[in-house]
Write a protein that binds this ligand. Structure first.
Ligand SMILES: CC(C)(COP(=O)(O)OP(=O)(O)OC[C@H]1O[C@@H](n2cnc3c(N)ncnc32)[C@H](O)[C@@H]1OP(=O)(O)O)[C@@H](O)C(=O)NCCC(=O)NCCS
Length: 179
């Protein structure tokens, strides 16, 4: 397990598939959470272990400091969700050179600012440690809560795009601060 970053309330760390499976299942078996995340739906432990293993494998393959990570509440040790920084996949299923940040929270953790708090530290990590020049976010136009996160982060709306994941999505962008 590797700790990627820390905030006032959260530890952001790599997933431990077997150990975290039960907590992750509580997040990804909730249809309200997966409404816009068709690839992360899980109905049983085996399925969520597979998802977490896939995520760990993606980070190993990319091998460039990006990945999909657990957000853990410092105070209780509870896993409240996922924060990710990975290359966007093009319509051919291959990774592009554009990086996206994304966030998923369990329902009971909505409305507390955790997604914004985690995203801020991961954007800093992306810009200052990984030296990315810009970071995107892609959101379904009906996902108001997620669009609000992009706005709290100061991301700029670029409009809709069909370049990624064979879907029509709203694109948001943040550029690295000047050196
Ligand atoms: C998208 C998602 C992560 C947003 O969650 P969220 O809790 O609304 O976002 P944040 O963690 O940034 O919290 C902000 C909210 O907490 C409130 N808040 C409470 N305490 C806060 C604090 N200390 N700091 C900041 N905000 C706080 C804010 O006022 C805001 O509420 P509002 O939108 O009603 O004004 C969540 O809806 C989700 O997991 N959805 C399902 C998965 C998904 O679709 N992900 C996105 C795919 S693109």
């Amino acid at each position: 397990m590797t700790i990627i970053a820390e905030t006032d309330r959260l530890i952001i760390r790599t997933w431990i598939p077997q150990e975290d499976a039960e907590q992750a299942l509580k997040i990804y078996s909730d249809p309200e959470v997966t409404r816009f995340l068709p690839n992360s739906k899980a109905t049983d432990l085996e399925q969520i272990v597979n998802t977490l293993e896939r995520w760990v494998k993606i980070a190993a393959q990319l091998n460039n400091g990006t990945g999909l990570w657990a957000m853990v509440l410092k105070e209780t040790g509870e896993i409240v969700g996922t924060i990710l920084l990975v290359p966007l996949k093009g319509n051919d299923g291959q990774f592009t050179e554009d990086y996206e940040i994304g966030w998923h929270l369990k329902k009971s953790a909505w409305g507390k600012g955790y997604a914004t708090e985690a995203a801020k530290v991961i954007l800093n990590y992306g810009f200052n440690v990984l030296k990315l020049r810009e970071i995107y976010s892609i959101v379904n136009q009906d996902n108001t809560a997620s669009i609000k996160v992009t706005q709290r982060l100061g991301m700029i709306p670029i409009g809709s795009t069909t370049k990624y994941y064979n879907m029509k999505l709203e694109l948001f962008k943040l550029e690295a601060p000047p050196q």
